[in-house]
Design a protein. Structure first.
Length: 189
């Protein structure tokens, strides 16, 4: 009987004290990890929406007629740098590098201005595929150890691409050349 009373007293004496605190801490860390993932993913998608607008504006600048094709590409590059990079002259520095960074070659980093991969000047259906492509990579988790390499791949990143193909107006020199071949001299180029 005395032994039984002692055992009940031991069970009631608080060996489970702190259990609620521990459960709360585990649940809170799990909840915070989900919230941080959601916030980071939302910022990446918001940046992607902005980059889509930037590539569209850059493609519009590329579409406009100019003296030559290099002039058109320079206009498109200037618009893209102003919108997604830290400023003119800093073509490699991303505006919000903590959210996403431009990846792969090109100038600025992440951009490809000109003909797309399926462009064909002879095929009428594919001759308009000219414009701007910007490829960038954003983190999925804000947690520092979540970006560890697994089997040679980075598992904490999401790579997105924004493309805007609006075509390109003929340059002044192209217009003059083509109209001259047809025998037209006063063509409004």
């Amino acid at each position: 009987m005395i032994m039984r009373r002692m055992r009940l007293k031991i069970l009631r004496s608080g060996h489970d004290s702190g259990q609620a605190t521990l459960e709360f801490a585990l649940a809170l860390s799990f909840f915070m990890a989900i919230m941080l993932f959601y916030i980071q993913l939302s910022m990446s998608f918001a940046w992607g929406n902005y980059v889509h607008y930037a590539t569209f504006m850059s493609a519009r600048a590329y579409l406009a007629a100019g003296t030559d094709e290099e002039d058109q590409q320079e206009r498109a590059k200037s618009v893209l740098v102003q919108m997604v990079k830290k400023g003119v002259g800093r073509e490699g520095a991303d505006r919000f590098a903590s959210i996403a960074k431009g990846v792969e070659g090109g100038s600025p980093v992440g951009a490809k201005i000109g003909a797309g991969s399926q462009f064909s000047p002879t095929d009428r259906n594919l001759s308009w595929l000219q414009g701007v492509r910007y490829k960038f990579r954003g983190k999925l988790f804000m947690i520092p150890f979540a970006g560890s390499a697994k089997a040679g791949k980075e598992v904490n990143y999401l790579t997105l691409t924004s493309e805007s193909w609006l075509g390109r107006e003929p340059t002044t020199s192209e217009c003059t050349r083509d109209m001259g071949q047809m025998g037209i001299t006063d063509n409004g180029c």
